[in-house]
Design a protein around this ligand. Structure first.
Ligand SMILES: CC(C)(COP(=O)(O)OP(=O)(O)OC[C@H]1O[C@@H](n2cnc3c(N)ncnc32)[C@H](O)[C@@H]1OP(=O)(O)O)[C@@H](O)C(=O)NCCC(=O)NCCS
Length: 174
């Protein structure tokens, strides 16, 4: 009757053990895309599907990283970043960390991985857009020495129609 208990204990032990492993940023793979879409849907009002991520990732110059536990490749990633590099100019298309992993350095690790990749590719600059009211993201980008180079007024709109501006941030590379 309780034949399944050893499986439950094993699964619980595995999850707890896997939860103590360090996180690393590794290139995004096709099998990550549904997990990535799920994390994205928890972070933004307009979710993107796994197919939309696949289409973005297949664009020229597009690249992405996911944060995952060392040695636990089948576990859902903790966060991801998707970016694009064209003619020396790069942009962050989107970045998000799963709510339960926020505030633990995952976003910083993903951005550092992007910067390292762009350094290897000898890119000149990295741009992104961020909602002026997104304090967590702005803190992350300021820490990484991004500077405000533009502002798009009333660029974002929430469910109730309240509008906020997008800040255009740039980090000079090289
Ligand atoms: C923005 C986001 C990716 C940051 O990821 P994270 O893993 O929580 O960030 P980190 O733990 O790496 O923190 C990076 C820096 O930002 C700061 N920070 C993070 N969350 C913060 C918050 N809520 N308020 C103030 N500062 C914050 C940290 O203190 C840290 O600075 P430090 O190095 O000086 O300590 C995450 O909050 C997220 O997924 N948000 C929803 C999606 C989103 O807004 N994406 C960005 C769109 S432009």
């Amino acid at each position: 009757m309780y034949w399944y208990l050893p499986w439950v204990w094993t699964a619980t032990f595995w999850n707890e053990w896997a939860g103590t492993l360090p996180l690393v940023a590794v290139p995004m793979q096709p099998e990550d895309l549904d997990f990535v879409a799920d994390i994205h849907s928890q972070a933004f009002d307009r979710p993107w599907s796994g197919d939309e991520f696949a289409a973005l990732l297949s664009q020229p110059g597009a690249f992405g990283f996911v944060a995952r536990r060392v040695g636990a490749p089948s576990n859902a990633p903790a966060g991801f970043v998707l970016a694009r590099l064209v003619a020396g100019e790069a942009e962050i298309l989107t970045i998000a960390v799963s709510p339960k992993f926020r505030g633990r350095g995952v976003g910083r690790m993903l951005m550092d991985q992007v910067l390292q990749h762009l350094h290897q590719e000898r890119a000149d600059s990295l741009f992104l857009e961020v909602d002026e009211e997104n304090a967590a993201a702005i803190a992350l980008y300021r820490r990484l020495r991004f500077a405000e180079v533009g502002r798009r007024p009333a660029y974002y709109s929430d469910d109730r129609g309240r509008k906020t501006s997008a800040l255009v941030l740039k980090r000079v590379l090289g």
